[in-house]
Design a protein around this ligand. Structure first.
Ligand code: NAP
Length: 287
């Protein structure tokens, strides 16, 4: 970097994001702004890779001496078989979202789980001993549940449109006994929502493509003191969060998780403290 301008030379360290399709990822903007702010000679590039080319892509990253990458949909689980080491953070979640390439070895980490937790703790939300309800049973729900379990949550209920997927989810965390899966139309879900301290949307309902759909929440049944979270950051205010805010609930959108997972990855690659405010400003500006 030179006076705030990106100057790429043969010495510049290369970072990227592997996914397919990459769509509107904010990670390149967020990380390049962070490198510039700290005057670090790094560049972050989009790396769209089709699933059938994933093994070659990982070999290519080593051959081209990348320093690391982020990994996103649909590669987060599949990539694990091509790595040299899996850090416990990724083992626990069962997915990798960050790779550090060190001495020719690809090491897989997961910063989504801790990123979600930090987005809560920065807003003074207590996790230890509390009860959470998560809507959705996909990859992000798995990271959320991992983070909550590792930070002392007492109980988690997973609610989905498909009871089998919710029940199957419990198998990911065999050592955590207070994990319940149910259909979000069941009475069990209603009673858990009444008691929960943290209610989290981990489905895409609320994104522009799913604008017409609504989450099946009856607000009169939700604990008045619960914190309401949506992992979606675009739009920053979903219909779900808006309904919660009107009723006086504390709300948290997905922008904090995006920034925190990115900041933790940045710290793995650079060994420097991430400039979170700059990263957060970029996300707010472009989302
Ligand atoms: P995913 O693996 O595809 O899982 C999505 C989950 O939502 C599944 O349980 C799916 O159920 C359910 N679902 C999808 N469409 C639905 C609909 N129309 N009605 C009811 N349920 C529906 O996706 P993901 O990776 O977990 O991501 C989930 C959300 O989190 C996305 O909006 C994503 O943008 C957001 N996210 C945010 C961050 C962040 O940093 N803030 C990070 C990761 C993800 P089925 O299995 O029945 O399809």
């Amino acid at each position: 970097m030179n006076g705030g301008k990106v100057m790429i030379t043969s010495k510049t360290k290369k970072i990227g994001i592997l996914g397919w399709p990459l769509g509107h990822s904010l990670s390149p903007l967020m990380h390049n702004a962070a490198f510039t702010a700290l005057d670090l000679d790094y560049v972050y590039v989009p790396l769209p890779v089709q699933p059938e080319n994933l093994a070659q892509a990982v070999a290519g990253l080593k051959a081209m001496e990348f320093t690391g990458v982020n990994v996103t949909i649909p590669h987060k689980v599949a990539i694990m078989s091509y790595l040299d080491e899996i850090d416990p953070s990724a083992q626990f979640v069962g997915a990798v979202n960050t790779i550090l390439i060190k001495e020719g070895k690809c090491i897989g980490y997961n910063t989504d789980a801790q990123g979600f937790i930090q987005s809560l703790t920065r807003r003074n939300v207590t996790i230890r001993g509390k009860k959470a309800v998560v809507m959705g049973a996909g990859g992000a729900a798995r990271a959320v549940a991992s983070g909550l379990i590792q930070n002392g949550i007492q109980q988690i209920t997973i609610g989905t449109r498909n009871s089998l997927k919710a029940q199957g989810f419990t198998g990911f965390f065999p050592n955590f006994k207070n994990l319940l899966g149910c259909n979000w139309r069941d009475s069990t879900f209603t009673s858990q929502v009444k008691e929960c301290d943290i209610l989290i949307n981990s489905t895409p309902i609320g994104m522009s493509a799913n604008e017409k759909e609504e989450l099946p929440i009856l607000w009169e049944n939700v604990n008045k003191d619960a914190t309401i979270c949506d992992l979606i950051y675009n739009p920053p205010m979903t219909a779900f969060l808006n309904s919660a805010q009107i009723r006086g609930y504390r709300i948290i959108n997905g922008a904090g998780m995006l920034v925190e997972q990115g900041a933790l990855a940045f710290e793995l690659w650079t060994d420097k403290q991430a400039p979170r405010t700059i990263m957060s400003n970029i996300v707010s500006k472009y989302m």
